[in-house]
Design a protein around this ligand. Structure first.
Ligand code: AMP
Ligand code: ZN
Length: 112
């Protein structure tokens, strides 16, 4: 599958390896890395490897891959037992600041 990137986008740069990040998991369709400004003990961003600005533009295929990746990470980190929260901010009034769709996976001492 062909992935579409935006040269100006910070998350596309992370996907392409042009900016460093603490990668937690990566597969053909998604990358997951630690949030640089964590709001919880565990704060990971799950990002589809295609540049769409928000969840309204994300197709079902990528949404499924994101969900699979979230569940894999949760199991691997034992969060399926401990509990976790998934957040997506869509648009400015929701507080979205990076306009490449992404999902926050949070667990432990959540400060949101
Ligand atoms: P949102 O406000 O939902 O768009 O979330 C964007 C998130 O991206 C924020 O929690 C930021 O801390 C995080 N962030 C921005 N730049 C980076 C980066 N280079 N590496 C990791 N996380 C980042
Ligand atoms: Zn992007």
């Amino acid at each position: 599958m062909e992935h579409i990137y935006d040269d100006e986008c910070i998350f596309c740069k992370i996907i392409k390896g042009e900016i460093k990040s603490a990668i937690v998991k990566e597969n053909e369709y998604c990358i997951a890395f630690n949030d640089v400004s964590p709001k919880a003990k565990t704060h990971i961003l799950i990002v589809p490897k295609t540049h769409v600005k928000d969840i309204m533009y994300l197709d079902d295929f990528y949404m499924c891959k994101v969900l699979e990746t979230i569940k894999e990470i949760a199991s691997e980190l034992g969060l399926d037992e401990k509990g976790f929260r998934v957040i997506n901010n869509c648009g400015k009034e929701a507080g979205q600041s990076v306009f490449h769709v992404h999902f926050h996976l949070l667990s432990g001492s959540i400060k949101f």
